[in-house]
Design a binder for this molecule. Structure first.
Ligand SMILES: *[C@@H]1O[C@H](CO)[C@@H](O)[C@H](O)[C@H]1NC(C)=O
Ligand SMILES: *[C@@H]1O[C@H](CO)[C@@H](O)[C@H](O)[C@H]1NC(C)=O
Length: 192
């Protein structure tokens, strides 16, 4: 069977419900993945699909009264770490909404590679999000929607891609296995 990188990209893009972005912030972001003020928090990103080897990590807020400009808190973060524990000494922003995390070019912080969904920093003492709230890439709803579009060629390519991505090393948050599971789920749906 012919390996088609283009078909693979199209399939994976469909699976993750995204057309262009290959680097995305997994957490924090959105209503279910908040941070807690005065506490350690985690940033995680799609390191397996990232075209970037490193980036500056910034926190921003849509309200200039909260943050007049995005503030860098890691000057150079290696992509391969996949996630990073952020201590309360690195960031001690006040509780509030409208925060985003940005991953940017280390030479130009306004060249933003990826930005999270807005998220809340909850008051100190709040509980952390449930670990089940951290998504694997995509989700069953996305997979079931797009599985029917995979052709035999796509499926073979996706299968080999999941094997390849599995050999790249361990992940802190299980994202790659999530992606592999998603691909397998899509294959299952295709051939069931
Ligand atoms: C970091 O990324 C820049 C491009 O944004 C690249 O030129 C540089 O070589 C990278 N450094 C490392 C250590 O990977
Ligand atoms: C920095 O990045 C921004 C956004 O991509 C771009 O408009 C600007 O020209 C860049 N600045 C430099 C000095 O390259």
């Amino acid at each position: 069977m012919k390996f088609s990188a283009a078909a693979l990209s199209a399939t994976l893009a469909a699976l993750v419900g995204s057309t262009v972005a290959q680097l995305e912030i997994i957490s924090p972001g959105g209503p279910n993945l908040w941070w807690v003020a005065g506490s350690d928090n985690v940033v995680s990103w799609t390191c397996r699909t990232s075209p970037f080897t490193n980036f500056t990590v910034l926190i921003a807020n849509s309200d200039p009264k909260v943050l007049t400009a995005p503030q860098a808190f890691i000057a150079q973060q290696n992509n391969f770490d996949c996630s990073k524990l952020i201590t309360k000494d690195q960031i001690n922003q006040a509780p509030g909404t409208g925060y985003t995390i940005q991953l940017a070019n280390i030479f130009n912080e306004t060249d933003i590679f990826a930005e999270s969904e807005p998220f809340e920093i909850k008051a100190i003492g709040s509980s952390y999000p449930a670990s089940s709230a951290t998504p694997t890439i995509g989700g069953s709803a996305t997979a079931s929607g797009s599985g029917s579009t995979a052709t035999g060629t796509d499926a073979a390519a996706a299968s080999s891609a999941s094997a390849t991505s599995g050999s790249n090393g361990a992940s802190n948050l299980g994202t790659p296995s999530g992606l592999a599971a998603l691909v397998i789920a899509a294959l299952g749906l295709t051939f069931a």
